[in-house]
Design a protein around this ligand. Structure first.
Ligand SMILES: NC(=O)c1ccc[n+]([C@@H]2O[C@H](COP(=O)([O-])OP(=O)(O)OC[C@H]3O[C@@H](n4cnc5c(N)ncnc54)[C@H](OP(=O)(O)O)[C@@H]3O)[C@@H](O)[C@H]2O)c1
Length: 263
């Protein structure tokens, strides 16, 4: 007996065909995988990061797979550069449908070891930049009365570990920002949601993964018993960007192997 898929128009709800998506921190790992996945679902993806050469190589790879892509190098902590980037998007595309606030930096150490400058640098990239990017995205999305703001926060936005106060505070702040924007922009047609990954095998975790003690801790704390691959985060972003999530607003989607619910 041959099986035919049931044909229902709303099952096309993971298509991002014709959508314009900006993904910050898309030169590698989680951001790049989200960009690949969104391009694979039909979006035109705009890759952001600070290094133009790395971004161009990532864009070439997506293009070689048939994706529609461009790179836009700028530092998310440089507000003039951010405004210039959004002006470029407005000029080239006249719209923006999806913003993924993904760019982040890692600096794990006890609070007493942080200088003032290091605290500011962590908060600038991991928290404040998502405000400026979301604000500039909203300027384009509000006249459309549609748009998706997707913020990559972390399991650290919910549960805390000693020796990680600055990152933890930034990620908890992002969760608050995401919820406030969901309340503010929901009535205007724009949704705001977050993805909270657990431990993902990326460059930012290379040292932790090669440390047997930290590695064993993650395996014990995560019911699935392993680190995630970036591909396992990307599907959540596609879901939140598409019409499948049309009634999802103000939500934190934990993609953490169960870490947030386990003791
Ligand atoms: N990996 C995990 O286990 C994990 C868990 C929970 C949450 N997250 C979050 O997921 C996001 C991505 O993490 P990841 O592990 O994929 O990180 P990653 O491998 O270190 O990649 C970070 C990306 O952000 C870019 N970036 C950093 N600072 C930037 C800036 N000032 N302006 C523009 N781009 C900047 C980097 O490119 P350039 O350096 O070339 O600029 C890179 O593309 C982060 O927000 C992170 O906090 C990760």
């Amino acid at each position: 007996m041959s099986q035919q898929p049931v044909s229902l128009p709303y099952l096309q709800q993971f298509s991002l065909s014709g959508k314009i998506a900006l993904i910050s921190g898309a030169s590698r790992d989680i951001g790049l995988e989200i960009a690949r996945a969104m391009a694979g679902c039909g979006a035109h993806v705009i890759l952001n990061g600070r290094d133009a050469t790395t971004l161009d190589a990532a864009a070439a790879e997506i293009r070689s797979m048939g994706g529609s892509v461009q790179s836009l190098a700028f530092d998310v902590t440089d507000t003039d550069a951010v405004k210039h980037a959004f002006a470029t998007i407005a000029q080239q595309h006249g719209r923006l449908d999806i913003l993924v606030n993904n760019a982040g930096v890692r600096n794990r150490k006890p609070l007493l070891e942080f200088s003032d400058a290091e605290i500011m640098a962590m908060l600038s990239t991991n928290l404040i930049a998502s405000y400026t990017l979301s604000r500039e995205a909203a300027r384009l999305m509000l006249p459309q009365r549609s748009g998706r703001l997707i913020t990559v926060t972390s399991i650290a936005g919910k549960v805390a570990r000693a020796g990680d106060a600055v990152y933890t505070g930034a990620k908890a702040g992002l969760t608050g920002m995401m919820r406030a924007l969901a309340a503010e922009y929901g009535p205007l047609g724009i949704t705001s949601n977050a993805i909270a990954p657990g431990g993902v095998a990326t460059a930012a975790n290379a040292a932790a993964i090669s440390d047997p003690k930290i590695n064993a801790h993650f395996a014990t704390r995560t019911p699935l018993g392993r680190w995630a691959q970036p591909q396992e985060i990307a599907g959540a972003a596609v879901f939140l960007a598409g019409s499948a999530a049309s009634y999802v607003n103000g939500h934190v989607l934990y993609v953490d192997g169960g870490m947030s619910i386990a003791m």
